[in-house]
Write a protein that binds this ligand. Structure first.
Ligand SMILES: NC(=O)c1ccc[n+]([C@@H]2O[C@H](COP(=O)([O-])OP(=O)(O)OC[C@H]3O[C@@H](n4cnc5c(N)ncnc54)[C@H](OP(=O)(O)O)[C@@H]3O)[C@@H](O)[C@H]2O)c1
Length: 238
């Protein structure tokens, strides 16, 4: 069987483009969507392009949804070669003094606990691959190095919930990269860059094609690093 990959939040935007590019490389794509209708439309588009795409319903904040997804991939493929934790939400981009704990908690539920939940549920299948790649889709807004550098373009973007959720996600990457290295599983963080999608009201300056590049590279790596934080140009500071 060809290599397979599961991408969360893949019915549109960066996740969908990542699915398209990996389909083009010959991967069997498990296209993750929390809404079956939106997911089916996306799968139909990939199939028309000739890709091996299957819809998998997965809401990353929901234990039983994630568990059911893992059981289905296990029954049909028996392994998972790559996992892209792409689903994410911004929460409110407002003064830190005004962002409610409830809003921040929801951001963490999707951006931090979601990837942890999905990695844990799919661990037996990732181990069965023998050489799996996990890519956590992070953001330079999670880089404490960039956020404290007055020369960084992101220095002034001070969203308490979102930024700290991606810093936490990077810590999740480091932790799992160490824990899973002996199982042949690499875990890295990817920053797609500021990309024109619904996420930011289509204000980003990168295209989804450019944004998916670093994710696809890390998914498709057959050797190399684990526990790194990359964009398409360079290694980013934590
Ligand atoms: N765009 C940027 O400039 C940028 C920059 C750096 C990092 N990122 C990161 O890149 C990733 C993708 O961003 P994007 O710009 O493509 O965002 P997007 O256009 O808002 O798409 C987000 C995707 O995540 C899904 N999703 C949201 N909540 C979910 C949940 N609870 N369970 C499962 N799926 C869920 C959405 O599904 P629905 O369609 O059903 O809502 C959608 O498919 C995110 O992790 C984001 O933080 C984006």
């Amino acid at each position: 069987m060809s290599k397979n990959v599961l991408i969360t939040g893949a019915n549109k935007s960066i996740g969908f483009e990542t699915a398209r590019q990996l389909g083009e490389l010959g991967y069997r794509v498990w296209l993750g969507a929390r809404d079956a209708g939106r997911g089916e439309t996306a799968v139909a588009t990939l199939r028309k392009l000739g890709h091996d795409a299957r819809l998998i319903e997965i809401s990353v904040e929901n234990d039983s949804s994630v568990q059911a997804a893992a059981e289905r991939v296990g029954q049909e493929d028996g392994k998972l070669d790559a996992l892209v934790n792409n689903a994410g939400i911004p929460g409110a981009f407002i003064d830190p003094a005004d962002q409610t704990v409830d809003d921040i908690r929801q951001v963490y539920e999707i951006n931090v606990f979601g990837p942890i939940r999905v990695i844990q549920a799919f661990l037996p299948l990732l181990k069965a691959s023998g050489a799996a790649n996990v890519v956590n889709v992070s953001s330079e807004l999670g880089s404490l190095g960039s956020l404290t550098d007055p020369g960084s373009e992101f220095y002034g973007v001070n969203s308490l919930g979102y930024n700290s959720s991606k810093t936490a996600l990077n810590a999740v990457t480091v932790s799992f990269s160490k824990a899973l290295a002996s199982s042949g599983i690499r875990v890295n963080s990817a920053d797609p860059g500021y990309t024109k999608t619904d996420f930011n009201g289509n204000t980003g300056y990168k295209t989804v094609e450019q944004a998916a590049k670093v994710i696809v590279q890390l998914v498709n790596a057959t050797e190399g690093e684990t526990g790194s934080f990359m964009n398409d140009q360079r290694r980013l500071p934590w």
